[in-house]
Design a protein around this ligand. Structure first.
Ligand code: SF4
Ligand code: SF4
Length: 381
């Protein structure tokens, strides 16, 4: 394990952006058993029941390291609806913070009004339409999530974003379009799984991406699919990427995302909390250093035509492929995902994004440029 140079790490700012997302894994328990859950790696899922640090300790940590930052809090898990007690304590203790919730959606009906009233956004995990989602998550889950959405919509000002893990090559553009009409936003992330991106599956996903991009440019209002929005925004307004993530990975893992395990240990990426050398802080011991997931000379991004809008998409994928030199991960996950990202950018370019933006109504331009949703999800797929 790499020694942590606390003395030197305390001299440089731990976060390089003025806004910082505190992503609190309030529990590692979950009521579902999704087949590919990333927390299953390293046996993280279910390893800690609920937060063992106190809210006082968290407040001291924030005051010590983030006093001059705007913090916003994501309630994450496991399933955060299983630890409502902590959510209630947090909304009370951090009255100025914005809140986001990342949930599987099946227990949303149990979230009390005191929490719902403080949520700016809710990310709800799905895998595609009903058939694909129920296949990965269990029969009836998709319908349950949509029913819950209807039950709570009137009780909160939060936006709702479908967070789709895109595993299956069978997911169609129509299914994703249906999500875009049901939720306020759709964010998709290509599955980080060695079986997800066979050549046939990549070809099918490319066709769907082309279809979705065509729908984006044909829509009279903003077509709310975040990776397409983000690609267009980054191509047209690159300064926005500098503002929100210092021009680095837009999941903020390199800059301003702080994932707190229930035991208080801090990591830059919620998918890699099984790697002790990546630890960047501790709420209980009250220390924090710069993110341990940073661009590395062996990563190919500076030579990549997608760099201006992608900015090193997923640091976990890049780290495993080019720092850890995991050839299998590189070939089966990182490279196919990068190919899909380049394809997405090429499809956007085919539709004259500058001409489209020039002719778009101000409400569409404003939403494309400034949507709050960019702060709550990874932006790039
Ligand atoms: S597509 Fe891949 S190689 Fe290119 S900038 Fe993005 S992460 Fe880097
Ligand atoms: S996109 Fe960012 S937060 Fe998500 S798995 Fe990759 S590095 Fe981690």
């Amino acid at each position: 394990m790499q020694a942590i140079d606390l003395e030197n790490s305390s001299r440089e700012p731990a976060t390089v952006c003025r806004r910082v997302e505190l992503q609190l894994l309030t529990t590692l328990q979950c009521n579902l058993n999704c087949s590919y859950c990333s927390l299953g790696v390293g046996k993280v899922l279910r390893s800690q029941k609920s937060a063992s640090y106190t809210i006082d300790q968290l407040e001291t940590f924030v005051r010590t390291h983030l006093a001059d930052r705007e913090i916003y809090i994501t309630l994450y898990g496991g399933e955060p609806a299983l630890n409502i007690k902590l959510a209630l304590g947090l909304v009370e203790r951090f009255p100025l913070a914005r809140f986001n919730m990342q949930t599987n959606g099946t227990l949303l009906h149990r979230v009390p009004d005191a929490v719902l009233a403080r949520l700016s956004n809710v990310m709800i995990s799905v895998d595609g339409g009903q058939r694909v989602t129920d296949g990965f998550r269990g029969k009836g889950v998709y319908r349950k999530v949509l029913d819950n959405l209807e039950k709570i919509r009137g009780r909160t000002d939060a936006s709702f974003c479908a967070r789709m893990t895109w595993w299956s090559g069978e997911t169609s553009a129509d299914e994703i379009d249906e999500l875009a009409r049901t939720f306020d936003y759709v964010y998709f992330q290509f599955a980080q799984d060695e079986g997800a991106h066979t050549p046939e599956s990549v070809a099918a996903k490319k066709a769907v991406l082309g279809d979705l991009v065509a729908r984006f440019f044909a829509a009279p209002e903003l077509y709310p699919i975040v990776p397409i929005m983000g690609t267009v925004r980054n191509k047209l307004l690159p300064a926005r990427v500098e503002q929100l993530s210092n021009g680095l990975s837009q999941c903020r893992a390199s800059t301003n995302l702080i994932n707190v395990m229930p035991d208080g240990r801090v990591f830059p990426c919620p998918d890699m909390m099984y790697e002790p050398e990546l630890q960047q802080g501790d709420v209980v011991a009250n220390w924090l250093r710069r993110s341990t997931l940073q661009p590395h000379p062996d990563m190919p991004c500076t030579q990549c035509r997608a760099q201006p809008y992608c900015r090193g998409n997923c640091m976990k994928n890049l780290y495993l492929a080019y720092v850890r030199k995991d050839a299998r991960w590189r070939e089966s996950v990182t490279e196919p995902v990068c190919e899909l990202i380049r394809h997405l950018g090429d499809e956007v370019e085919r539709h004259d994004p500058r001409g489209w933006y020039a002719g778009a109504p101000v409400r569409v331009r404003r939403r494309l440029a400034d949507a709050e949703i960019y702060e709550f999800c990874e932006v790039m797929p």
